[in-house]
Design a protein around this ligand. Structure first.
Ligand SMILES: Nc1nc2c(c(=O)[nH]1)N[C@H]1C(S)=C(S)[C@@H](COP(=O)(O)OP(=O)(O)OC[C@H]3O[C@@H](n4cnc5c(=O)[nH]c(N)nc54)[C@H](O)[C@@H]3O)O[C@H]1N2
Ligand SMILES: Nc1nc2c(c(=O)[nH]1)N[C@H]1C(S)=C(S)[C@@H](COP(=O)(O)OP(=O)(O)OC[C@H]3O[C@@H](n4cnc5c(=O)[nH]c(N)nc54)[C@H](O)[C@@H]3O)O[C@H]1N2
Ligand code: SF4
Ligand SMILES: [Mo]
Length: 753
């Protein structure tokens, strides 16, 4: 294992991220256009990530001309990352979808919608309700997401639809449901500031959630910061303890820590006995995870393991555990997330300030999509299979109960597999770009090519998926429509329309209303006239659920109060200012399971499906690149300012020892080859990845050509972070190198080290 000097957290001034956030003008962010001064300001919530920052939008003649972070919003307190600052400029791109495109030709909405309804009806009539599906995202507003799910299933008669949250949050959902009885992330962002120890597992908030990281920097308690990540990320560099674990050995590590804590008497017995089930079985299971075994399987030395366990065991006042995609994307992801939950439960770190087993979400509305997308759950976290739930939702929505299917959808990968087998013949993609983002992309694209009808509804007509579509429906983006997002800490925030969408692009909400009309089911959705009207329908669906929001008076209250965290029940508004306070779940030690106790869930670790081998000796990990890049870059690549902040080329992080052995120099072109495909990238030699491991950012469309399609069997989330690859110097570089006789390894420049 590589060791790195511990950085004194209190002295760390933060490299790029903190600088970007604090001195945005230095990077050209947030400059007001000359001679155009705003005449009004309105409040919005950022439409990129799940942090959910508040933004003040400055208007001239009713239209947005610029924005600044909202100093009064409880989430970001006057800061924003580069994407937030540039949220308006990406709306002006020339490749915005402005007209519907039918087989690549511009048509009017009437033609497009007739065609859409004719094709979908023909396919559903001929082949049954399982023959068409929708796939969507945590990117659109939660009223829109709910409308899509309701329209497709209750209006058009589809059974299957899933969300991009399958790529992202499905693991956390499955883990929480089984452990806590409901998909309920317990934390509030104040916990970043109130912990004595913060443990980040498979999370790189300096890049992926920079404003959450700003909240960590505000922690006055001089916290211990532990990072578990195979790479020495920006976050790991700022940590006080970094465990550069072997990829996908987290489950073993977490059980090993549990074992050491039990042995050392670090369990909060009172909490465990009063509020949980299954601890004794878990303790017996964990006894097999001896430090020797765990050290061998994770690559972390025994002393390190003991130090880690010591730092988090009962007795340390406040420990919070945070995880993101390094955990959610794995072949045993649900059990790994639950192993984190187990540590929080056994040390009594839940329901109190500065604690929690906390899954950080990804997209602006990932949480809304988890609860209100009508995909795997019936609206409001209900169960399609439960007749009483169907009755309740029918009553709350006014939709006849016989229109509500009694089966949940297939998961994303199962829908794609069904398309390969020919049972799914049409897919409607809304606000997601799977031809770039889905795992084992060539296979995905081969299957998309088999569909009778492929519809893409997107802001841009040039996305990798839109280019393959039979029909493109042009959508308005964030800022061009109104609605709400639910952020990582369960806060519902409202975002207004501050711009006109270009050409004939329409808000997704209005596209759904038009489809209901052309389909002939508008009557079913007569109450669903505006996003706020749908908000009221969803409030009724949430009644008596853990995510109840019936106490929110409407959009005005959300705007006034800096958002509201769920739950917020009917009579709660009488308590003064409660909506503004930071609220966490499980303060009374009572969970959402039938007996109100949390459950210890566990399973044996097994090896990853595709291991490094003689032909493909490296483990390829993938993830975020910089704070200026967003996923498939349909939006962020359109900002001149953001483009300046990112590498010009696709960079492969490669350890310098490996590079020396392969005769690869820093900056040299290399071929990265997996069983499925190969690509060319530039080598970035660094000690930040260990020998035998390499890393590619996901923002280049070619990266998912390499990835191996394996899934967590419980959540069906793809394991994007573990594929086997080979790295070779690019042929042309090799010949140049041979001519020069160079075989030495060049050290990385200091900015990369
Ligand atoms: N700038 C920017 N911010 C974003 C996004 C973006 O595209 N760009 N996307 C948003 C979304 S939707 C999401 S889901 C979040 C994702 O946020 P994160 O999950 O923080 O981001 P990732 O880079 O995907 O993965 C985090 C880390 O997991 C590590 N990792 C890989 N394999 C393992 C492993 O086996 N074990 C452990 N412990 N760690 C491992 C990687 O090295 C990586 O540093 O970011 C959100 N924020
Ligand atoms: N190799 C690898 N692959 C990964 C990951 C990884 O870590 N490694 N991470 C995965 C994760 S966590 C995620 S979340 C996914 C993200 O995968 P995607 O969801 O496919 O990525 P985005 O680029 O966010 O795609 C959103 C699309 O919606 C469009 N859009 C934006 N706003 C709107 C709107 O309001 N309306 C409409 N109709 N369209 C809109 C955008 O133009 C874009 O085309 O990628 C996954 N893929
Ligand atoms: S941290 Fe997330 S929500 Fe905040 S400005 Fe950046 S992208 Fe937007
Ligand atoms: Mo995500």
């Amino acid at each position: 294992m590589l060791t790195f000097p511990a950085i004194n957290f209190r002295e760390w001034s933060g490299p790029l991220t903190a600088d970007l956030v604090r001195k945005p003008a230095k990077f050209g962010l947030g400059q007001l256009p000359a001679r155009r001064m705003p005449d009004a300001t309105t409040k919005a919530v950022c439409g990129f990530c799940s942090t959910g920052c508040g933004l003040n939008i400055h208007l001239k003649d009713g239209a947005a001309i610029n924005l600044t972070p909202d100093p009064d919003y409880p989430v970001n307190i006057g800061t924003a990352c580069p994407k937030g600052w540039e949220a308006l400029s990406v709306l002006d791109a020339p490749d915005r979808a402005k007209m519907p495109l039918l087989h690549g030709k511009e048509v009017g909405w009437d033609t497009a919608l007739r065609y859409f309804c004719d094709q979908m009806k023909r396919i559903l009539d001929q082949h049954g309700p399982e023959a068409a599906a929708f796939l969507s995202t945590g990117q659109i507003m939660f009223e829109e997401m709910a409308f899509l799910g309701a329209l497709a299933k209750f209006g058009m008669g589809m059974i299957h639809g899933d969300g991009n949250t399958r790529q992202c949050m499905a693991t956390a959902v499955t883990a929480y449901k089984e452990s806590f009885g409901f998909d309920a992330p317990p934390f509030t962002y104040a916990d970043f500031e109130e912990s004595d120890v913060l443990v980040f597992i498979g999370a790189n908030p300096c890049i992926a959630h920079p404003i959450m990281w700003q909240r960590v920097l505000r922690n006055p308690r001089s916290p211990e910061i532990i990072v578990v990540d195979p790479r020495t990320t920006e976050t790991a560099m700022a940590a006080t303890q970094h465990y550069a674990i072997k990829p996908k050995s987290d489950l073993t590590l977490l059980y090993g820590l549990a074992h050491l804590i039990i042995q050392a008497g670090g369990v909060d017995q009172a909490f465990v006995r009063a509020s949980t089930n299954g601890f004794d079985e878990f303790a017996a299971f964990a006894a097999d995870f001896t430090p020797e075994r765990v050290a061998a399987e994770t690559g972390i030395g025994i002393e390190g393991l003991r130090h880690f366990a010591q730092t988090i065991m009962n007795g340390t006042p406040r420990v919070s555990f945070w995880w993101t995609m390094g955990v959610n994307q794995g072949h045993q992801a649900t059990r790994t997330a639950q192993a984190i939950i187990n540590l929080a439960l056994m040390t009594g770190n839940i329901g109190k300030p500065g604690t929690g087993a906390n899954s950080i979400t990804g997209q602006c509305n990932a949480m809304g999509s988890r609860l209100f997308s009508n995909t795997t759950n019936l609206l409001g976290g209900h169960d399609f299979r439960n007749a009483a739930h169907r009755e309740k939702v029918a009553k709350a929505t006014g939709i006849p109960v016989e229109r509500i299917p009694d089966l949940p959808s297939l998961a994303y990968d199962q829908i794609i597999q069904a398309a390969d087998e020919g049972t799914v013949k049409a897919i409607w993609f809304v606000a997601t770009n799977p031809s770039h983002s889905w795992i084992d992309q060539n296979e995905m694209n081969r299957i998309l090519g088999k569909l009778d009808f492929l519809v893409v509804q997107d802001m841009y007509c040039t996305t990798e998926t839109a280019k393959r579509a039979h029909l493109v429906l042009p959508a308005a983006g964030w800022g061009e429509k109104e609605g709400c997002f639910i952020n990582s800490e369960r806060r519902i925030g409202c975002s207004p329309k501050v711009r006109r969408a270009p050409g004939q692009a329409l808000a997704d909400f209005h596209i759904f209303r038009l489809i209901a009309h052309y389909w002939g089911c508008a009557e079913v959705f007569r109450e669903w006239q505006t996003p706020e009207a749908v908000f009221r329908v969803l409030q009724r669906c949430s009644e008596d659920q853990p995510c109840e929001i019936t106490g929110i008076e409407g959009y005005d209250m959300l705007r006034r109060s800096g958002g509201v965290q769920w739950p917020f029940r009917k009579n709660q508004h009488q308590t003064s200012k409660i909506q503004n306070s930071e609220r966490r779940l499980f303060e009374d030690g009572s969970f959402f399971t039938p007996d109100r106790r949390a459950v210890f869930c566990f399973d044996k670790p097994v090896p990853a499906p595709e291991l490094a081998n003689d032909r493909f000796p490296f483990v390829l990990m993938t993830g975020r690149g910089t704070s200026a890049q967003w996923h498939t870059e349909t939006r962020t690549a359109k900002s001149e300012v953001l483009r300046k902040m990112i590498p010009q080329d696709l960079m492969l992080e490669l350890n310098d020892q490996d590079a020396a052995a392969l005769g690869i120099r820093d900056g040299q072109d290399v071929r990265v080859i997996s069983k499925r495909a190969e690509l060319t990238a530039k080598a970035r030699l660094t000690a930040c990845v260990k020998p035998g491991e390499v890393y590619l950012p996901m923002h280049d469309a070619r990266v998912n050509q390499l990835t191996h399609a394996s899934f967590d069997p419980l959540s069906r989330q793809p394991s994007y972070k573990h594929s086997a690859v080979r790295v070779e110097a690019d042929l042309t570089s090799i010949s140049l190198q041979r001519r020069a006789g160079a075989r030495t390894c060049v050290r990385p420049s200091s900015s990369q080290a």
